[in-house]
Ligand binder design. Sequence first.
Ligand code: BG6
Length: 510
Amino acid sequence: MSVDSAIKPNLDRIQKPDPTCIVIFGASGDLTHRKLVPALHSLCCAELLPDDFIIIGVARSDLSNESFRERMREGVDKFARLTGERCGDWDTFAPRLYYHRLDYHEPEDYQALADYLDSKEAEYGLPHNLLFYLSTPPILYKTIIQQLGAVGLSRPKGEFTRIVVEKPFGTDLASAHDLNLCVHSAFDEDQIYRIDHYLGKETVQNIMVFRFANLIFEPVWNRRYIDHVQISVLETVDVGRRGGYFDHAGVLRDMFQNHLMQLVALTAMEPPTAWDATLLRDEKVKVLRALRPPENGALRTNTVRAQYRSLDGKGATYRKENGVGPQSETPTYAALELYIDNWRWQGVPFYLRSGKSLKKKMTEVVIQFKEVPHMLFNMGIEANVIPNQLSFCLQPDEGFQLAFQTKQPGAGMRTDSVDMSFNFATQFGEKALPEAYERLLLDALLGDASLFARADEIENSWRIIDAIQQGWDRGDGPPLGFYKPGSWGPAAADVMLNANGHRWCASCAD
Ligand code: BG6
């Protein structure tokens, strides 16, 4: 596949969305500038946007269309996958960007928005298809949803009206349930697209293709052959300017409830019978329902929580970050040992870890297979047999590798562990992988909710996180540990695995 065909994919095989008006609430915020408009622009470059579209940014600030466009242009230049010489489409794209001021708490402003949309749709001859995107602070979600319902904007006037809801979707099970009730009071479930940007990552989708488009792995994908599974989402960044938000959320809510739970579900689910949003999400929900949070004594042995802290002043200390209390107990790192109570996975540990300010940015899923039942080779002290290991490198070096044994050349029958690897960039070109938001925005425009979370999926994953968080809040968890910024995390996370004779891998960082 050439680089150009990766950028402008074969449109015979990819449906183009119907003409649509896209309305982004929170248009003056960071996400719109860094992710949403750059992604829409790249879709435009790739000729994947509808033939007719307009994008209306909505927020409280007083901005003209021109100043909004200028700000968005900076975002595109800085953050878009396809920019400048690869795509000269700014001049076709920019005139379709508009800004509309709205006070989120003012009911009359929503009627004014409805009138504005009518006039813009008439001007462009658009058929009343609407995609709303909530990218405001989450505290405003309920107000916006209720007001959209009140002025009738949630009911389709054309082929469709859909709403995309950014994460976080609630802060615990009760608030997520409450938000689901609110959104269902104005929109039907099939109009709602709850975003988890990890599902938009090509390599995350590839877990499903790898498992279900190949014959050879599925027969061994179970407790008989798999010893344990590791899922690591490690980040080098610290909380930076997000201290105020993070100190309330903590790593469990920020990373585990959404991204890590999705990775567990995709790795562990049964094959759906078709590529269909309902069937796929049914299978994920079954995994989440079967996932058992550690209880009682296991909260101490099977969970780890820690904060980054620099003792020599050479790195950042979480408690000194802006917006963070000097006595904060909020973990910036957690590791969990979880079990799935079903026939496929009974007794197989799923080790999960995620943290900020670590040594490497690395997201990987490692399937550690069991040892062969009887080893013929490497008898004696030189034994060097490492069981098979399959690593999905989700980012930054996207690809996968399979470690297996081979014969060392020469006399005797000594074996060595070697890798069979595949790398996306080498195979398909550096720019071939679309940004997660490109894929998700396109799917929302097309009406494919397969890569979005359903109400029951969100609530079931909050059930697990709540059980752990509440246990920690009661004081039943392990003591809060500390780790050096730039390290691999706290020693307690190693101890947790060592207790089962295991150790963390970082296959994708090697
Ligand atoms: C977000 C979290 O959902 O994901 C951030 O709120 C985190 O704290 C980010 O840094 C990580 O995303 P990615 O795509 O860089 O792995």
